[in-house]
Design a protein. Sequence first.
Length: 347
Amino acid sequence: MTAAQTVPAPRESAEGARDQQHPVLRIDSMERHFAASGGGTVRAVDGVSITVGRGEVVGLVGESGSGKSTVGRCAVRLDEPTGGTVHINGTDITHLSRRAVRPLRKDFHLVFQDPSSSLDPRMTIGQIIAEPIRLHRRARGAAVRERVEELLAQVGLRPEHADRHPHELSGGQRQRISIARALSCDPDLVVADEPTSALDVSVQASVLNLLADLQRDRGFGCLFITHDLAAVEFLADRIAVMYLGQIVEQAPTAELFADPKHPYTQALLSAAPVPDPVLQRSRERIVLHGELPSPLDPPPGCRFHTRCPLATERCRTEVPVLRELPGGRQVSCHLVDDDGTAPDAAA
């Protein structure tokens, strides 16, 4: 083998093979609790379950402080879950040592919110992208540079960008570098944590289009974490809505936007502008009063009851179960009937 030849990925054994019967990501009853400095426990994530199928984009939305970024970090073991399990390609990585997780990291990658803080300023762009390629022995010698240039082209950058440093690039270009690095080992799963929120509005659409094109062409599963409802409607096949550390509703994207069931989802979508000015003027905004409660001391019963305009006494005392409705939608609300009939919070 010459120095310029790409090293083929080793054939995986039956035990370690990527099982096509499993989703690329399965999170079951995840918890992430922190000890607060002044005493008590911050329940940042409290019983979250999500699956991401092969080639599927699942959006995770909610207000700042809802715990969605913590879910993403725990999914790739940058944070350690306090409870529950995380399976990647059918393998439970929850309790594996960091040493045991390391060779599996070629199969999943996190795209961070702020590319400026996630790219080493001392390294060139070529070195940043090449690092995982070399670490996981995907190529050697001149083939590494060829792979870097190929990835740069795929994210819309030129070969000469490989010799520059992150501070020499714009925010949108830096995020494209983060995406190129994430895809350098052909992962099965990409967790994108607010990948456009740190960018100028003028470049957000181009980065979203790039991510959509790459996901379609490569077929990786994606957990897309965002508070941008227009972005998640554009990109996601299915959406999970988080509130104060818990999932309150999950549904296919078109169904969720057409007919939200949970009062929180209804309020969230009512705040999203639509491009039709006539329709926009006719829509009724659902205004939530009060602040998001602290995860250090979440309310009893339904956690949304302190801000819900439809809350009853049962909501204040009894915790609702996330249950499945006809068609596969899931919702956690006492006021939604088993047949999917839901009250209108705007009424």
